[in-house]
Design a protein around this ligand. Structure first.
Ligand code: ADP
Length: 492
């Protein structure tokens, strides 16, 4: 493993420009003056102290967002101008892409190559995509009985609380901001406590782009900060990405004022490999589908079903690939696997690995910590996993793959669906009808055929069952940020 000293890591990282709260267009300390530390997961060293927003700061941010919505220019602005601002933000992110990528790597620990190739370009794309939608949010004219003219309008929903996790900080912010802003909503965002820095930099770029004060507000802090947003009656909607448990708390609070909610949650996604697949592609897809982003993806293909006749060969070759992964300094462009995000996640993952071993699954590679500095976990593969073991049912959110042999299509469909989750699935086969049978039968919001983790701003993403409600991305996401109004006029 290539190691890096704390000083080296900080030396290649960008200057931390912003650690305050953005409220009503002003950068402010929290009212209490409290801060919290954010750390670099590869070295466990502190990067910066960031303002800790408490209930009173959240209150100020929501008031600013409400004012910008009720009396600011934003919702009434020519939609083309809103689109222009979204494009301007995308341009500024492009101009500062290297800095944003380095901030992601510093705060999250992800390999710089991934941040450069995936997180930042996909986020820029997302802003461009919704910039195009801003002036295309239309209603219908509806023929109704009688002498009436009836039509619908799609109006901006209002003040949106947006709470995001730490696994893709810039990208998750873009998925939330872009459709909300295109629709004319105002935002109070809380980034994850582990990764506040890139979101603060994006907010700086948004001010530079010219978004009016109060349209985008950012409050940094822990879960209680997020909960404070959800408790305020003046917030019309909560868009949340994170754990199912937190979503249940958010929904309970939202029920008090019937806030709209969009929830993008966990998964235990089945990745199904038939013997008639392109085996090289399937092995590469199985590796990428699970180990990408250190296994910290809600759609990770963590349950790998492999048809019995190729199971042995598949496991052998996949293990060889897992062992070739390059763990180490995430600022080294050759690194393919960085550390886990923090000590809690690191310990949780190691605990699941022990539970897998104790339950009798065979750990065919990995199975422990890598090195003695930073939250690195070895790429780990379990074989001989039974469907009811904890490693088979629970979201581990780490580089731990469970493999299950199967015999036929009906059996694998039933086992794939035996989960509370329903976020994503994949199938590998050259048989077109088999592929589409699986695509229709699996209860998941996204199904990839002969590919994995293909994301595009135009393609909706979200969960069935306990993986969430609503859809992000695509035209579908605009419905989350608009209210439908029916207008009927008497022509008589
Ligand atoms: P994860 O396990 O991925 O960290 P969480 O659901 O704990 O998922 O966190 C996702 C986001 O939700 C983070 O920004 C976190 O601070 C926030 N959060 C945690 N608890 C709450 C809560 N009770 N109400 C609102 N937001 C919360």
């Amino acid at each position: 493993m290539s190691t890096v000293s704390p000083d080296e890591a900080i030396a290649v990282a960008p200057t931390i420009r912003q650690t305050q709260l953005l409220i009503g267009g002003q950068w402010l300390d929290s009212v209490s003056g409290e801060t919290f530390a954010t750390i670099h997961p590869a070295t466990e060293e502190k990067i910066a102290d960031v303002a800790q927003a408490n209930a009173e700061d959240v209150d100020l941010a929501v008031k600013a967002a409400r004012k910008a919505f009720e009396s600011g220019p934003w919702p009434k602005m020519d939609a083309r101008d809103r689109g222009r601002l979204l494009n301007k933000l995308a341009d500024l992110m492009e101009d500062n892409a290297e800095e944003l990528a380095a901030l992601e790597t510093l705060d999250n620990g992800k390999p710089i190559g991934d941040a450069r190739a995936a997180d930042i370009p996909l986020a820029i794309d997302c802003f461009r995509y919704y910039a195009g939608w801003a002036d295309k949010i239309t209603g219908d004219t509806i023929p109704i009985r009688g002498d009436y003219f009836c039509y619908t309008r799609r109006e901006p929903l209002g003040v949106c609380g947006q709470i995001i996790p730490w696994n893709f900080p810039v990208l998750m912010a873009s998925w939330k901001w872009a459709p909300a802003l295109a629709a004319g909503c105002t935002i109070v965002m809380k980034p994850a406590e582990q990764t506040p820095l890139s979101c603060l930099r994006m907010a700086e770029l948004a001010l530079e782009a010219g978004f009016p004060p109060g349209v985008i507000n950012v409050v940094t802090g822990y879960g209680v900060t997020g909960a404070a947003i959800g408790k305020l009656p003046d917030v019309d909607k909560i868009a949340f990405t994170g754990s199912t448990e937190t979503a249940q708390l958010i929904m309970a609070d939202a029920a008090q004022t019937l806030k709209r909610t969009t929830l993008e949650l966990g998964g235990k996604s089945p990745n199904i490999v038939f013997a008639d697949c392109d085996i090289d592609a399937a092995i590469a897809g199985a590796e990428f589908g699970l180990f990408f982003n250190q296994g910290q993806c809600c759609c990770a293909g963590s349950r790998l079903f492999v048809e019995e006749s190729i199971h042995e060969e598949f496991v052998k070759r996949l293990v060889a690939r897992a062992q070739e992964r390059k763990l180490g300094n995430p600022f080294d462009p050759a690194t393919t696997q960085g550390p886990q995000i923090d000590a809690d996640q690191f310990n949780k993952i190691l605990d699941y690995i022990e539970r897998g071993k104790n339950a009798g699954a065979t750990c065919v590679t990995g199975g422990g910590r890598e090195g003695d500095q930073g939250f690195f976990v070895q790429p780990t593969v379990f074989d001989n996993v039974s469907d009811d073991m904890d490693i088979a049912t629970d979201e581990i959110f780490g580089p731990v793959l469970s493999i299950f042999p199967f015999r036929d299509i009906d059996e694998v469909i039933e086992r794939a669906n035996k989960t509370f989750y329903g976020l994503a699935a994949a199938v590998w086969t050259k048989d077109v009808s088999k592929a589409h049978r699986i695509a229709a039968a699996v209860r998941a919001g996204t199904v990839w055929i002969n590919c994995y983790d293909v994301f595009d701003a135009a393609a909706p993403f979200g969960g069935f069952k306990m993986s969430g409600t609503g859809r992000e991305l695509g035209e579908a996401a605009l419905a989350n940020y608009t209210e439908l109004k029916t207008v009927t006029m008497n022509l008589g």
